[in-house]
Design a protein around this ligand. Structure first.
Ligand code: ATP
Ligand code: MG
Length: 478
């Protein structure tokens, strides 16, 4: 069905909102034109419900917002941003943004324009894409009328991201729009119009004036999309990825020596990312997928006997992550630690299934992964991307065995959130020791005995084992 088929119905359904009538009536009493504009209008036609609504008026947006907040009474709260000439009214779950129609002109070194009052037409022209430049009138005499000067509806129908004006000017004025184009193409599964895409290629270096935080916001939105690889592949194609995330570009390519090649680790990473994205909305687990092989380019070696190897790429990758996060101004918090942990551990389950799956190895994996074990298993399953279907089948089958073992051992031994059944204090008081390295040694021996299945994860057995260990270590009184 074409978008064009039920435009009227969709507008009618949405403009029934009481809030729109309220805003329109107040604009009428002020003799002002007022429109709902931008993302909200686009999303009406895409059936994507949204709760932030942008209003544009001719004249002061702040004044209109103040009047709207006043008339809504105590249900609404108002925030005014004088420097930007905007105001926000919060009402139940809605965020209503008000701004005066503006005309913008740009200088070369900043994405912050010189702003003047403008007409609705000026305001629509300064918007980033045709699909984001549509407005619906809220004044009584034209209530619900769609103003679509750049055929945004046509582009929604054709599923195209295109700038309203000359794309070279649009992108050079505000290079963040290049990231937004790719983000929208990814979120909506739209194509970027060829002329628009070529302009991104030509203007890519302008991304240098954009703050890392804004780039990070757009990457986050790409990561949260259904098929995040689309965004990274587009970023790569236009040359932006090299500028904003060179570590991913370094994964590209296949080297061949004596007829032996390795897989293209960029394409592999993209596939793992999409596999994970299909199974979970956990964006941090998706980041782990994106970064799981980031240490491969540095660790790549070739020798005649082994062929291509990437020894310890998981640990090297784990250590690279804080540097990457710092450079990109991502938050250095517990989410980063979680990503590091998964990247560091991502070879463990696969190593497990390639040998015999022993209880001891499974317990150790449970101990090291703790509560993140299920996420780790999801990442590792997604990492099986061989072209050889037989191999994939065999590995997935072995994975199922490991999963079953994990469940059985966890039920029996409760290793996941392991707390040693004998504490350091207990060791100290039993043998009247001073706190010393020997205490740690005894504790470690008990832990290993449990993980190796020599003793059960229970206090009495551990207490007995503590005595035996102390004796072996020559502790007095043991
Ligand atoms: P989403 O809220 O899903 O990110 P959106 O289209 O609503 O998408 P916002 O950032 O909320 O995006 O911006 C609202 C509207 O403001 C856009 O639809 C667009 O018309 C305009 N806009 C936002 N950022 C820019 C920009 N950098 N250049 C030009 N217009 C912009
Ligand atoms: Mg929005």
């Amino acid at each position: 069905m074409s978008i064009n088929d039920n435009i009227e119905d969709k507008i009618k359904a949405h403009t029934r909102r009481r809030t729109f009538h309220t805003v329109g009536n107040i604009a009428d009493t002020l003799s002002r034109q007022c429109y709902v504009v931008g993302g909200y209008v686009r999303d009406i036609f895409l059936d994507r419900p949204s709760t932030d609504i942008d209003f544009v008026t001719l004249g002061s947006g702040i004044e209109l917002a103040e009047k709207v907040a006043e008339s809504l009474g105590k249900d609404a709260s108002l925030a005014v941003f004088r420097t930007y000439g905007t105001a926000q009214v919060k009402l139940y779950g809605l965020e209503l943004e008000f701004v005066g129609a503006r005309k913008e002109s740009y200088r070369n070194d900043s994405r912050n324009p010189i702003v003047e009052d403008g007409t609705l037409d000026d305001d629509q022209k300064r918007r980033d894409f045709t699909i984001n430049a549509m407005a619906i009138s809220l004044n009584k005499d034209s209530y619900g009328q769609l103003l679509d000067p750049f055929d945004g509806i046509g582009d929604l129908d054709r599923r195209i991201i295109r700038t309203p004006l000359d794309p070279d000017i649009t992108f050079s004025d505000d290079p963040l729009r290049m990231m937004r184009a790719i983000r929208f193409a990814t979120q909506l599964d739209f194509e970027i119009y060829p002329e628009t895409f070529k302009a991104i290629e030509r203007n890519k270096n302008r991304i240098g004036i954009i703050t890392k935080e804004r780039i990070c916001d757009e990457l986050m939105k790409i990561m949260k999309s259904d098929i995040p690889s689309r965004g990274f592949i587009l970023l790569d194609k236009c040359g932006l990825l090299e500028l904003i995330f060179p570590e991913l570009v370094a994964l590209q390519g296949v080297e061949t020596i004596n007829g032996r090649g390795h897989k293209d680790n960029f394409l592999h990473t993209m596939q793992v990312l999409d596999n994970v994205a299909q199974s979970t909305k956990n964006v941090w687990l998706r980041w782990s997928a994106l970064l799981h092989d980031i240490g491969k380019p540095i660790t790549k070696r070739y020798d005649e006997k082994m062929g291509w190897t990437f020894y310890n790429h998981n640990y090297v990758g784990e250590r690279m992550i804080p540097r990457i996060f710092k450079k990109m101004k991502f938050p250095l918090n517990e989410k980063m630690k979680y990503i590091q942990k998964l990247v560091g551990l991502h070879m463990r389950p696969i190593a497990l299934i390639e040998e015999e799956v022993t209880d001891s190895a499974v317990r150790r994996l449970l101990f090291d992964a703790g509560d993140d074990i299920d996420d780790l298993m999801m990442l590792c399953e997604a990492d099986i991307t061989s072209k050889n279907q037989e191999k994939v089948k065999r590995l997935l089958h072995n994975f199922a065995i490991v999963r079953q073992k994990l469940i059985e051992l966890e039920e029996k031994d409760r290793i996941r959130n392991f707390q040693p059944p004998v504490t350091g204090d207990e060791i100290i008081s039993t043998f009247k020791l001073e706190p010393s390295p020997i205490v740690g040694k005894i504790k470690e021996a008990i832990k290993n005995a449990i993980l190796d299945g020599i003793i059960p994860n229970e206090h009495d057995a551990a207490f007995k084992y503590m005595y035996e260990t102390a004796e072996r270590l020559g502790v007095k009184g043991a």
